[in-house]
Write a protein that binds this ligand. Structure first.
Ligand code: PLP
Length: 413
């Protein structure tokens, strides 16, 4: 048996994996045009508005609003929906806190439903259980690049008269039953942060099916200051944010949009190849489960271990992989979102605990055990970063390291 690198054996992989993204001359050319124009703000520029139009076209929807971040893109969705404070949004507990922050800032209460143990999508049955008379929306989070359970969630939304928001930050161009993730619910939100399938460094995009919601979302992203029509006196029509994307980001976004199909195809090929090789060659490791009607877009590559075969804890397995030269991480986030101080201890505005202190709000508390599947998954998932520049050797090295570590820990038991 080969000695593991963690115990002094030879490393499987000595050179770093590609970290560069598909960003280059095309982006430079677009950005140069912005610099030479001297117009860096989107008001009066063309790049951001063109980026919105092209993004909407790529997704086959009518309307898109660009913004400063994925967090902002979700805030714009909620600002457009304009629910009364104390209303509830049901969502998943495995995500970046950027999914939840806008809910709280809008005076809304996040209610967590558990996830499906196989695809990590919101569990429709648990969503149903969590609906109250204050529920106004469901927000699905398409983790790691996979969107699932959307028919079921859409039906629940229809039956209970709720909106369905899709947090598609990690799942650009993922597909569910032939439809693009982000276009199935009422509103789709995207992060364009550096690590995502396409990026503007930081940035966000909110796509809408409905014109009125889009118009309010546009205003919400720009201090409710109508930029055209009769109300040119700044308007300030309601409480809203400045989430405007800059022309520099819009320029990068335009160039990235031309590449994102190809980027996702390359990532999909790499992800699917890893799935195939793990299934064929690596005992004790479960590749991500992809239902036949889904196309994954592989923001990260998540694996779990077969606990019957690999008796060491996943943290140890992950450390061994790291020692082999694979930059994997254990757990994604270390605990479900509701166990972080902002939610568990309701650390929000001063000592108010707003919005949880609102008389209109139902009293909620968050505690361990609320979403057992999510809690158990976070103690199991190991994520392996991949990107469009990984080649055959990179894939081989990941497989060799997985094989080496899994067979070592299988035989040790
Ligand atoms: C699922 C999800 N939602 C929201 C966000 C927030 O996006 P941003 O960091 O661009 O604000 C992220 C960022 O990683 C995310 O992965």
């Amino acid at each position: 048996m080969q000695e593991l690198a963690i115990y002094g054996g030879e490393k499987t992989r000595t050179k770093p994996f590609p970290s560069r993204r598909d960003i280059g001359l095309e982006e430079l050319k677009e950005v140069a045009e912005v610099i030479w124009s001297g117009q860096l703000n989107r008001v009066g520029g063309t790049k951001v508005s063109n980026f919105e139009k092209e993004f909407a076209k790529l997704y086959g929807v009518e309307y898109a609003v660009a913004s400063a971040s994925g967090t902002a893109s979700i805030h714009i969705a909620l600002g457009a929906l304009n629910f009364d404070p104390g209303s509830e949004v049901i969502t998943g507990p495995i995500s970046d806190m950027g999914s939840i922050i806008p809910i709280l800032y809008q005076g809304l209460i996040p209610i967590f439903a558990d996830v499906d143990p196989k695809t990590y999508a919101l569990d429709p049955e648990d969503v149903k259980r969590k609906i109250s008379e204050r529920t106004k929306a469901i927000m699905a989070i398409h983790l790691f690049g996979l969107a699932d359970k959307l028919d079921e969630l859409k039906k629940i939304a229809k039956d209970y008269n709720l909106y369905l928001i899709e947090d598609t930050s990690q799942a650009h161009l993922a597909e569910y039953k032939g439809k693009l993730a982000g276009t199935i619910g009422n509103i789709g939100c995207f992060s364009l942060q550096q690590s995502k399938q396409m990026t503007t460094g930081d940035g966000g995009m909110t796509i809408f099916q409905d014109k009125e919601l889009y118009e309010r979302g546009t205003l919400f992203s720009d201090k409710a200051w109508p930029r055209s029509g009769p109300s040119k006196d700044r308007g300030y029509l309601f409480l809203a944010m400045n989430y405007r994307m800059t022309e520099l980001q819009g320029a990068v976004g335009l160039a990235q949009l031309k590449k994102v199909r190809n980027i996702v195809e390359r990532r999909r090929k790499i992800g699917e190849k890893l799935n195939k090789l793990i299934q064929e060659e690596v005992d004790g490791v479960n590749p991500p489960y992809i239902p036949s009607y889904c196309k994954h877009s592989f923001w990260l590559y998540p694996i779990t271990l077969d606990e019957e075969k690999i008796k060491v804890p996943p943290e140890v397995f992950n450390e061994a992989l790291n020692a082999e030269g694979i930059p994997s991480s254990f757990g994604y986030i270390k605990k479900p979102l509701y166990l972080y101080p902002v939610l568990k201890d309701k650390i929000t505005f001063g000592n108010s605990h707003y919005p949880f202190n609102l008389p209109e709000a139902r009293k909620v508390s968050y505690k361990e055990g609320d979403c057992p599947n999510a809690e158990s998954l976070l103690k199991k998932i190991i994520t392996i970063p991949i990107n469009e520049f990984y080649d055959e050797v990179d894939i081989e090295d990941i497989i060799r390291a997985l094989k080496k570590v899994s067979s070592y820990y299988e035989q040790k038991n």
